[in-house]
Design a protein around this ligand. Sequence first.
Ligand SMILES: [Zn+2]
Length: 418
Amino acid sequence: MKLYCEVEVVSRHLPTLGLRNRGKGVRAVVSLCQLRGPAKSEPTGPRPACLLVSTLKDRRGTRYELKENIEQFFTKFVDEGKATIRLKEPPVDICLSKADPGSLKSFLSALRLAHRGCDINTSLSTLTSVKSSEFEKFKTKMIITCKKEYPLSKNFPYSLEHLQTSYCGLIRIDMRMLCLKNLLKLDLSHNHIKKLPATTGDLIHLQELDLSDNHLESFSVAFCQSALQKSLRRLDLSKNRIKALPVQFCQLQQLTDLKLDDNELIQLPFKIGQLKNLRFLSAARNKLPVLPSEFKNLSLEYLDLFGNTFEQPKTLPVIKLQVPLSLLESTARTMLCKRIPYASHLIPFHLCQDLDTAKTCICGRFCLTSFIQGTATMNLHSVAHTVVLVDNMGGTEAPITCYFCSLTCYINSSDMFK
Ligand SMILES: [Zn+2]
């Protein structure tokens, strides 16, 4: 029985000597081995097992007795592929990391049996040197650019940090990829993927995802609400068939680069201003008639909105003011203004949705259904350093929706519409 992971063996005597561990593991093959012949003390009992830690530098490995020799297991982060085994003799902590959580769990239960001196039903390895080829399982990068190279019978190495599978004709994401918890970069461009599985967000360390040139028609809400909110920095969705992104998209707060070119977008997520880290945005060749009002809150380095179907700003505003305000409108305005927290376990779900989609007036206050809506022209240089011309006429201006919570706010900013 073998476990492929990173290992660091820390002596518990080291701190007293003023030495510190490096805090970094090395790639290792940890095997549960059987000693030859039964123990001398119990000639009839099961043959004792030991732990062998082999690294590329030390392929013969270091052997550790297991029977009644484990002082403690530390398994709090076992689901992240980490665990520590504290031995009595020698007094060391064997820290395992970057292991496949499933394999780690079964390995640890086998260790428990070995500690108790029980017979282990799983196959034990023999005490031999580990072949250097076994260390290939620690590959961190794999690039596949045609169907022929795609692994059908073999698994992807668990240690992968960068995986590219392009031009493979994939119609969905291979579930085996979603088990690669160490992935930082996943490139699935040039396939035929239609939908993202709900568990894509399980790739908790993923920083870059390239889904360009696929057949995506929508983008999943589950993805936007997953652990990727904390890790995803670059997302490429260009050359798909996406018509709209969900409101929750703007919860992907770490995004710095977003490519949406060559889709069928008829609107951008209207809370887009919440993407505070966004520096690079391109949404060229879509069907955007107007930009959402929060677009003006962006602070970009590069912006490309070329080839959209921007409309001429309307001269007549849409007036939806209620006088007096309804009870719902006043309550909602107050809640948002005072930043009173809400959630679907406190108030009905549809009210949460209403509050989530509230409009922001020029004055900074909020409005739900009572507002004046207008369209103004915005120079894109006000939100980005480098602006690609929006049309062949050399323009860098685009229409943007504006909301006004009251007639006063509208009148005060009426010079915007000249
Ligand atoms: Zn206002």
